[in-house]
Every structure is written in structure tokens, then in C-alpha cells.
Design a protein around this ligand. Structure first.
Ligand code: CTP
Ligand code: CA
Length: 226
């Protein structure tokens, strides 16, 4: 109780945050990645920490360092991320900001692939990765009270994100437009729309830190009294 009084609206709350890209190996020296820097997830973890939450930060190989004062669990692949997330449950809230690779290389090689001298390129086969957000949202015994997903889209952002929220079973989706000309992916600003069962709310372009603070406030509000 003392700590709760001292440490803000999320004191005593356990919040799980995923962040960063995942790396999916092709062979021991090569991998498939994406352009996520981990900036938004990192800012979110810091903002939740600042409101007093105990933050479990499960991160892929991000290009920004993890925040201090949170429990950092580093992973590489989507499957490792799922395992770490499941091990970190239960939590009061989960925010899945990671840009999880949709596919892994099904025929990844155990040793370095070599050119065979014929000029032919190797064929990669892909397998779909598990959906971490959907798994958490539909967890039979340890679903967090609030599950928040992100939706990075390049077309029909709101329609796709709304459908995604229903498909994955999360409470809120934070949608953003990641067309290259927006500069959002890898940049320091973000323009998001929060979609919930109650409707949607668009925020103007602002720093990722400010998006994080506002989202953390909203999460605190939702957990308040829950
Ligand atoms: N996500 C996840 N596990 C995956 C893929 C996505 O947990 N294997 C989460 C992301 O962290 C994000 C949300 O699901 O919170 C939406 O990710 P996104 O890539 O936009 O959705 P997908 O379902 O993968 O759909 P798309 O085909 O548009 O990429
Ligand atoms: Ca995806």
C-alpha cells in the first residue's frame, strides 16, 4: 500500500510490453527482419514505468536500447517471443507493440549456405509464425484484463485495423499508417488512431514519447478500479 501511494496510478500493476522486430534465421549468419526500430514500444514501456507499473519488456533485436527500470527479456524470433510472453503471464495488461515477423524460414539451414557455383539461388520456404497477440487475447486461463495491439497498415488503415481488432480478440488496437512517406516507421513521430469496442479516436501527429504517455494514461484509466 505504501508503494502504491508513492508510485503513481499503475503502482502494483504488472504490464507486459512487446517491442521491436523479430529476426527469423535463414542460416547461422543470415536472417529476415523488418524496419521496426522498437522506438514506440520502448517509449511505451518507459511511460508505463513512470506511472508506477511493474513492466515486463519482451523485446526483439531493436535499434534503440531498452528503458531502465523495467524487466528486459531479449528474444530473436517470433516463437521465442511467444514463449517469453506466455511465461510472463499473468499480467494486468498487455501491450503488443512488436513488429512480429509473419513468416519464418521453414527450411533454415544449420550451417552457412554456400553458393553452389551454378548461379542458381537457393529457394526459401516459409511457414507462418504464431500470433502472439491473438494467443494472449484468447488465453484460456491468464488473459490480461486489458489487451492492446498495434496495427501498422499502408492502405485502408481504419478498416483493416478495425477488422484486426475483432479477428485477434484484443480490447484496443492502436492503428498507424506506415506508408514510407509518413516517416513513422523508424522515425520519432507517430499519428495513431485508437480503436476499441466503443469507437475510434484519432490523435494528431506527435512524438512517439507523447503517444506513449497518452496511451499509458489511458491504460491507467482503464485499469483504474478494475
Ligand atoms: N502480432 C503478434 N504476432 C504475430 C503478428 C502480429 O503478436 N505473429 C501483433 C503485433 O504485435 C501487433 C498486432 O499483432 O500488435 C498486429 O500486427 P500486424 O502485423 O499489423 O497484424 P497481422 O495480423 O500480422 O496482419 P498483416 O497481415 O496485416 O501483417
Ligand atoms: Ca504482420
Amino acid at each position: 500500500i505504501e508503494a502504491a501511494l508513492a508510485a503513481g496510478p499503475l503502482a502494483g500493476r504488472r504490464v507486459l510490453v512487446t517491442s521491436g522486430p523479430t529476426h527469423e534465421p535463414i542460416d547461422p549468419v543470415r536472417y529476415i527482419a523488418n524496419r521496426s526500430s522498437g522506438a514506440q514500444g520502448t517509449a511505451l514501456a518507459a511511460a508505463l514505468r513512470d506511472l508506477g507499473a511493474q513492466v515486463i519488456f519482451v523485446t526483439g533485436p531493436a535499434s534503440v536500447p531498452p528503458p531502465s527500470g523495467v524487466q528486459v527479456i531479449k528474444v530473436e524470433t517470433a516463437r521465442q517471443m511467444l514463449e517469453a510472453v506466455e511465461a510472463a503471464l499473468p499480467a494486468d495488461a498487455a501491450v503488443m507493440a512488436a513488429a512480429v515477423a509473419d513468416w519464418r524460414v521453414a527450411n533454415a539451414a544449420g550451417s552457412k549456405m554456400k553458393k553452389d557455383g551454378t548461379g542458381r539461388a537457393p529457394g526459401l520456404e516459409f511457414a507462418e509464425n504464431p500470433d502472439i497477440l491473438a494467443t494472449v487475447s484468447r488465453h484460456p486461463s491468464a488473459r490480461p484484463g486489458l489487451v492492446v495491439g498495434f496495427a501498422a497498415e499502408t492502405d485502408e488503415v481504419i478498416a483493416h485495423a478495425t477488422a484486426k481488432r475483432l479477428r485477434k480478440g484484443c480490447d484496443w488496437i492502436v492503428a498507424n499508417d506506415v506508408r514510407p512517406d509518413t516517416g513513422i516507421m523508424g522515425g520519432s513521430s507517430n499519428a495513431v488512431t485508437i480503436i476499441s469496442a466503443d469507437g475510434q479516436e484519432s490523435w494528431p501527429m506527435m512524438g512517439k514519447d507523447e503517444v506513449a504517455r497518452r496511451l499509458a494514461d489511458r491504460i491507467a484509466g482503464a485499469l483504474d478500479g478494475a
